[in-house]
Ligand binder design. Structure first.
Ligand code: HEM
Length: 492
């Protein structure tokens, strides 16, 4: 039998097994009851259901279409769908009121839930049962909050600033054309490695970065573990990173025992020195998961925001000029080698409005899922216990009711009190809101300061498509032609 037939055979067995699992689950999940479930169709294909439409609208560059089509067909408040990797019973909450409801129902009606593919990168621990509910995530969240508290954040600003300077000098300045999307990932990943684990050696950073990019590419992919799929590559990447992280953790343990000065060095050292109320230290796997969690949550999100700021500043030269004016005023108020500080960041008001408008139109994260912990009613419909709920930026960010002329790039929307509550939600909301929001804000602004005060640029491929796979991605890596200010011509 040739390779093609073998693949078809395996895929058929896989598909039939999934159908059987689905039929068993369907019997258990309250289908066929007389509950007033949210309207929506499940799609024609067993298991795959509406996933194809979900993927195709994203790949076609209009992820909001998936939501818009269904809100106009079924209900503007909530509709039902079924997605591979999430489940057959998914209620998508829409509009500002849907966001508000979900953000304020945590632990009352719903609890945190991540698609199974999200756990592939994790170290197995006793608490993990390979499902994707809370798995020690409270402890992880606490450590991440510690890493992200305002005093810590303030101390990261000069580090981020000096790293942005070095990055632009090494990876932008020598060239006439650069690929801004890959480079922004390179910058944010190097910063995280430095702040979390004090890893500065570029070779070591690159060794971590390759398997890590496999993980981030596969983590939100369809959970099909077959050679060559993004999911399969992510599993392999996750294994490699775990090995590398364990060796970093063990090396640091040894260093701390030999030299106490290493103690307060970074998040890794702090975790190694932490003891619980019984005097027990954190397990190596828990530490690894916390670092992995922070790297995954922050990597593609912040770098995407940075890359798209670069994109929109190229498309709107008059907005670039205003950002440049704001940033030059800050530059002029400082000595030539003086690094940015917290007060400087607070002065970057217009630049932050530009970053917000960027995240409205090109959101780095699409939303997240929860699981219903009890039956509850929303807008007259019952959401049964065990269903997944989904909020998504695509139900508000491009809705003309909240953002008139929604396709227009207009940072002034964020002036004064800004958009209506629960409409601009790139970081989510409520108790589960992204804890890295401030970190991301600082990192984006530090980068903007450096890049606009050093360069002007133009898009090398003005018709470049944006795809959502599922993250917002410029199809050809955002090539831009750059020119340092000293040589910049007025015509640029
Ligand atoms: C522009 C950058 C970022 C965006 C747009 C973003 C967006 C989000 C969103 C939408 C969520 C889901 C919230 C929810 O479930 O309702 C989230 C969760 C999370 N983010 Fe971010 N994020 C960014 C940067 C970061 C950074 C820099 C860090 C860490 C340093 C971080 C750490 C986390 C963590 C730990 C969670 C999970 C929180 C939980 O489940 O309790 N994020 N983020």
């Amino acid at each position: 039998m040739d390779l093609f037939c073998t693949c078809v055979l395996y895929l058929s067995i896989f598909y039939v097994s999934l159908c059987l699992v689905y039929l068993v689950r369907k019997r258990k999940s309250g289908h066929g009851t007389d509950l007033n479930l949210p309207p929506g169709k499940l799609g024609y294909w067993p298991i795959i259901r509406e996933t194809l439409d979900f993927v195709m609208t994203s790949r076609g560059g209009t992820p909001e279409k998936f939501v818009r089509d269904r809100t106009s067909m079924y209900s503007p408040e909530v509709f039902r769908t079924s997605l591979l990797g999430v489940g057959n019973d998914v209620a998508v909450f829409c509009g500002a009121s849907g966001n508000k409801f979900l953000f304020s129902s945590e632990n009352k009606y719903i609890t945190s839930w991540w698609p199974r593919s999200m756990v592939i990168a994790k170290f197995p621990t006793e608490a993990v049962d390979n499902s994707s509910k809370e798995t020690g995530s409270t402890k992880m969240r606490n450590f991440i909050l510690e890493f992200l508290k305002p005093e810590s954040l303030q101390s990261y600003i000069p580090v981020m600033d000096s790293m942005a300077r070095e990055h632009l000098e090494a990876d932008w300045a020598p060239y006439k054309e650069v690929r801004a999307f890959s480079l922004s990932k390179k910058y944010t990943f190097a910063t995280s490695c430095r702040l979390l684990m004090s890893i500065q050696n570029p070779t070591h950073v690159a060794r971590l970065s390759h398997p890590f990019s496999l993980v981030t590419a596969g983590i939100m992919s369809l959970p099909i573990n077959f050679p060559g799929t993004a999911f399969n590559k992510a599993i392999q990447g996750g294994k490699n990173i775990r090995e590398e992280l364990l060796s970093i953790i063990r090396r640091r343990k040894k260093e701390i025992m030999e030299n106490e000065d290493m103690a307060a060095k970074d998040l890794l050292s702090r975790m190694l020195l932490t003891k619980d109320e019984n005097g027990r230290a954190m397990k190596e796997t828990e530490i690894g998961n916390t670092i992995m969690g922070k790297l995954i949550a922050s990597q593609d999100t912040t770098s995407t925001a940075i890359a798209f700021v670069v994109n929109y500043l190229a498309e709107y030269p008059h907005i670039y000029e205003q950002v440049l004016k704001e940033q030059m005023e800050i530059s002029r108020s400082k000595g030539p080698d003086e690094l940015l500080n917290w007060e400087d960041i607070q002065k970057m008001r217009y630049s932050w409005m530009v970053a917000c408008e960027t995240m409205r139109l090109s959101p780095p994260a699409r939303g997240s899922f929860r699981e219903a912990v009890t039956d509850f009613t929303y807008s007259g419909y019952t959401i049964p216990k065990g269903w997944k709920t989904h909020w998504t930026v695509y139900s508000t960010h491009k809705d003309a009711r909240y953002f008139p002329d929604p396709e227009k790039f207009d940072p002034s929307r964020f002036q004064g009190s800004g958009p209506a509550p629960f409409t601009f939600v790139p970081f989510g909301g409520g108790p589960r809101m992204c804890p890295g929001k401030e970190y991301a804000r600082v990192q984006i602004l530090v980068f903007m300061h450096n890049v606009v005060t050093k360069f002007r640029w133009k898009k090398a491929n003005p018709s470049e498509k944006i795809i959502y796979s599922p993250n917002t991605t410029p199809a050809s890596d955002l090539p831009i032609r750059i020119e340092p200010h000293t040589q910049a011509k007025d015509s640029m």
